[in-house]
Ligand binder design. Structure first.
Ligand code: C5P
Length: 412
């Protein structure tokens, strides 16, 4: 599984205690990772009796942590709790519930629970007699009073053939509660979405030192990649721009630097496999020298005759072979009649959204920090974004991507 960049993902500590329901925590772990969450499993010593450490380590975002005395980190009990956006305990045994309620911190899980200020979800699972015992009820009431969320168990088959209340809540219910709580804590709206963005003007070689290019700076494409990463997406940026990414996303974005349209076609094509959204913001050269010289052309040889050939239309190629559900966004830099030409281009290219900018308008387009665009939708929608920062345009484009995705989902 491709874990993708992790820095901007919400971090969840998954505490697992020693109960037969520990095997269901494996499913919770897997589903959270699939939803784009960074999961650190913390197993109690008794949990290991029920489920192998390796199972969690293989599925989670990082290996299982068990010990307060790990040599690689001198203070794991505070580090884990402090870094978590949420802690969830699946299953929570009567023993661990009692330790947590009493404020004991005699292993890594209870120490993490005491050291965190993040929301905590406790998902109890135990035999009916234990579940109904007044001490368990009192301990849970204490935890609830302190703001801990309890995901109550269900009625059903229990270990040893018994049946009754105490069976762990369904893993799907637990995952939904975790994601919902993360939402309240500001869950990013593109969490887990795989987004590919292209940016910059391609450079088409005349010879090893000279090339033909266009005036694109790559600022708008980079702004889209940055905004998508900040909104939780797993971003691949294919760029021919030398612009640096801001430090907070530099390690979160998978950056592929390219030169020519051919390089870009190759890199975008590979990244687009499995992507949910592809945004072609790059100003791809439409023509390239047909026979670039293998060595530097010299003046003494006279002015070379330039024969050009068309480059591949990357976007049209993606549209022709896109997997179901993938959303394609194109850009169109137009001079007057931008909208009319944009509508025709949207249909011709077979994309879902086309971001049209009139590059002749003041303050818009190439090399500016501001832009004004109209976002055309294949559904006939028109969204105007008047002159604003390229960051704001990027977020407006992503808002339309999300809205379009939701509309598509509700009609299929
Ligand atoms: O046809 P035109 O070049 O105006 O279309 C612009 C859109 O198509 C942009 O999204 C650009 O990234 C993309 N494009 C492409 N391959 C090309 C030329 C443009 O993907 N060869």
């Amino acid at each position: 599984m491709d874990a993708g960049p992790t820095t901007l993902r919400p971090r969840v500590v998954l505490g697992v205690c020693g109960g037969i329901a520990a095997y269901k925590a494996v499913e919770v772990c897997r589903r959270l990772v699939d939803a784009g969450v960074h999961v650190t499993p913390v197993l109690t010593d008794d949990a290991i009796r029920f489920v192998g450490e390796v199972t969690f380590s293989a599925l989670a975002s990082e290996p299982v942590q068990r010990s307060l005395w790990d040599e690689s980190s001198p203070i794991p009990h505070t580090a884990l709790g402090q870094g978590a956006d949420l802690v969830v305990v699946v299953p929570a045994t009567a023993h661990t519930i009692a330790r947590y309620a009493a404020g004991l911190s005699d292993d890594l899980l209870t120490a993490t629970l005491l050291a965190t200020r993040a929301p905590v979800l406790v998902c109890p699972a135990m035999h009916t007699e234990m579940w109904e015992h007044p001490s368990v009820r009192d301990n849970l009431a204490t935890l609830e009073r302190r703001g801990v969320d309890i995901v109550p168990p269900e009625s059903g088959r229990l270990a040893g053939g018994d049946s009754g209340e105490g069976r762990l809540a369904d893993p799907g219910v637990i995952v939904d509660r975790v994601l919902e709580r993360l939402g309240r804590a500001g869950r990013p709206d593109l969490l887990g979405a795989r987004v590919v963005v292209s940016a910059g003007g391609t450079r088409e070689a005349l010879d090893p030192v000279r090339f033909i290019t266009n005036r694109s700076s790559g600022k708008q494409g980079h702004a889209i990649a940055v905004a998508a990463a900040r909104r939780g997406a797993d971003v691949t940026l294919v760029t021919s721009s030398p612009l640096a990414l801001p430090p907070d996303v530099a390690t979160a974005v998978r950056r592929i630097d390219v030169e020519s349209a051919a390089d870009m076609e190759h890199a975008v094509g590979a990244a687009a496999d499995g992507a949910d959204v592809v945004v072609m913001a790059a100003a791809v050269a439409d023509f390239r020298p047909k026979r670039p010289a293998g060595r530097k052309l010299s003046k003494e040889e006279g002015i070379p005759e330039l024969v050009l050939e068309p480059t591949p239309d990357i976007l049209a190629g993606l549209a022709a072979r896109r997997p179901p559900g993938q959303l394609l966004v194109g850009f169109a830099a137009e001079t007057p009649d931008a909208l009319e030409r944009g509508r025709r281009k949207l249909a011709r290219k077979g994309v879902d959204l086309l971001v049209v900018n009139d590059v002749s308008a003041p303050g818009t387009g190439f090399d500016h920090d501001t832009n004004a665009v109209v976002i055309l939708g294949a559904d006939g929608s028109t969204t105007e974004v008047p002159l604003t920062s390229k960051d704001a345009v990027a977020n407006a484009v992503l808002d339309r991507v999300i809205a379009h995705h939701n509309e598509k989902r509700s009609t299929t």
